[in-house]
Design a protein around this ligand. Sequence first.
Ligand SMILES: Cc1cc2nc3c(=O)[nH]c(=O)nc-3n(C[C@H](O)[C@H](O)[C@H](O)COP(=O)(O)OP(=O)(O)OC[C@H]3O[C@@H](n4cnc5c(N)ncnc54)[C@H](O)[C@@H]3O)c2cc1C
Ligand code: SF4
Length: 489
Amino acid sequence: MGAVKGFMEFERETPTPRPVEDRLNDQQEVYEPFSVEKYREQGARCMDCGVPFCQSDTGCPLGNAIPDWNDMVYRDRWEEALSLLLKTNNFPEFTGRICPAPCEGACVLGINEPAVTIRNIEEIIAEKGFENGWMQPNPPKNRTGKKVAIIGSGPAGLATADQLNHAGHEVTVLEKADRIGGLLMYGIPHFKMEKSILNRRLKLMADEGVVFQPNSHVGVDISTQELQEKFDAIILCCGSEKPRDLLIEGRDLKGVHFAMDFLPQQNKRNEGDVIPEDISITAKDKNVLIIGGGDTGSDCLGTSLRQGAKKVYQFELLDEPPKERGPNNPWPQWPMTLSVSSSHMEAGGKITKFSVGTKKFSGENGQLKKVHACEVEFGDPDPETGRRPLNDVPGTEFTMDVDLVFLAMGFVHPVHEGLVKGLDLKLDARGNVACDKNKMTNVDGIFVAGDMSRGQSLVVWAIAEGREAARGVDQYLMNYTFLPHSEYM
Ligand SMILES: Cc1cc2nc3c(=O)[nH]c(=O)nc-3n(C[C@H](O)[C@H](O)[C@H](O)COP(=O)(O)OP(=O)(O)OC[C@H]3O[C@@H](n4cnc5c(N)ncnc54)[C@H](O)[C@@H]3O)c2cc1C
Ligand code: SF4
C-alpha cells in the first residue's frame, strides 16, 4: 500500500459523462476517459484493509485481487496490474464498463466514505494492456487432441472457450445469431459498451485458435447427436432467453413488444444492418411506456431517447427503493438503493413511476392506444407462505396514451423447447438446467454455464460460471486439471 493516507487526501471521482445533447445524437459510450493521473489517485484511495471484503463472497464473484492491483496502479506498475487481473478475469474490458460492481458495495471505505472506484480502475488496466500491445495472442504450446463444442457465445460461452483453449483443447463456439457475443452483442446497447471492444477480444481469441461459428442454431440447424459424435464434451451456454410476459387484456395489440424484440434491432442498425420495414420497431416520435424498472428497462429508455421518442414513461411494480441503505441491508451486502442510470439522467432524472400495476392495454383497429393502470401496495403476509400479496389501491386507476410498450420484466428461465427437451436435461425448481458441482448436467459429457444454469444474472457471474465449467470439463477430459476454481461458485 503506497499512499497510506490516500483515502483521506483524495475524494472519490468517476469519469464525467459526455453532455446529454451530444450523446443522445450518437450511439457511443456515455463516459469521457479519465486522465491516468486521476486513476492513480483513485487507486491510492484503497486502504488495503486486512480483510478486503471487495474480493470476498459479498464482493467480486471472480475474487479479483482488487487491493493488489489498486496498489500497482498507484505505483504506475500497469503491466503487473494487468497480469494479476487476467489471472481471475478473462474479460476485464467488459466488466470494467458494464459490471454493476458488487465489489464497490462491499468496499470497507464505503462504511463511512464513498467507496473506491474499483470498476473504472479495472477498465483502465485492461485498456492500458491493449494500448501498450501487452494483450497479444498467446495460443497454448501443446494441444491435447480433445475437441469441445460450446453452444452460445455470451460471456459464459466466451469465458469457457478462453479457459479451455488455453488448457490446450480444440474449441468451437456455435452461435445461433449472425454475430458472436450473446447479450454483449445483442442486448447491451452500444452506449454502455461499444462493440469494437467485443470485436477486439473476439479477434484475439480467434488468433489464439478458438473457432467461432455464427448462424448455427443447435437443435435446429445442427443436431445435438451430430455434436456428440464429433466432440468429446459439450458446454451449453445458451442464456436465459424466455422473457416474463404480461398476459393481460390487449397484450396482442400491435405496439406491445418484449424489450428483446427492440434492443437487438438497434444494435444491428449500429453495426450497419438494415432492419426490414415490416419488422422494424422504432420509438421515433412515439409515446413509449417501458414496463419494468431494471437494467433492461433502462436500456430501452436510453435507446428510445436516442431514436427520438416523443415521451418515455417507465412503470415499476415494486416500491421505490431508499436512497441510503436500510437497517435490513447493512454493509457489505449489495446496496438495495435507488439507482439512477445514465439513461435516467438523459431523461431528466426521475421518470420511473413506482408501485404501479398495469391492468390492460386498449387500442383501435388492432393498434395500441392506451394503457390502463393503478397504484398497488403490499398487503399482510400470507400466514402459510409468508409472502405478501400486491393489492390494487382503490380509486388510483389511471390511463395514459401510448403508442409503444416494451415489456422489460426479466427472464424466467432458458428456452426449454429444442435443445433442453431434446437432450432430456434435468431442470432445477426454477426451470434452469440443473448440474453437479463440476457443472455437468444429468447427461454424461454435457456441461452447462451462465444464465442457463444460474438464471438471469450478470456478466461477471457468467464469466465466473464459464471458468468453473471449463475446470469441470478439463477434469472430465484429462482426469486432472490445472485450471483454477471460480472463487465463489
Ligand atoms: C438488455 C440487457 C442488458 C443487460 N445489461 C447488463 C449490464 O449492464 N451488466 C451486466 O453485468 N449484466 C447485464 N445484463 C445481464 C447479462 O447480459 C447476462 O447475465 C449475461 O449476458 C449472461 O451470459 P450468458 O453467456 O449466460 O448468456 P447470453 O449472453 O444470453 O448468451 C447466450 C447465447 O446463446 C445463444 N443460443 C441460445 N440457444 C442457442 C442454440 N440452441 N444454439 C446456438 N446458440 C444458442 C444465444 O443466441 C446467445 O447469443 C443485461 C441483460 C440484458 C437482457
Ligand atoms: S468484475 Fe465487477 S465485481 Fe469484480 S472487480 Fe470488476 S467491477 Fe468489481
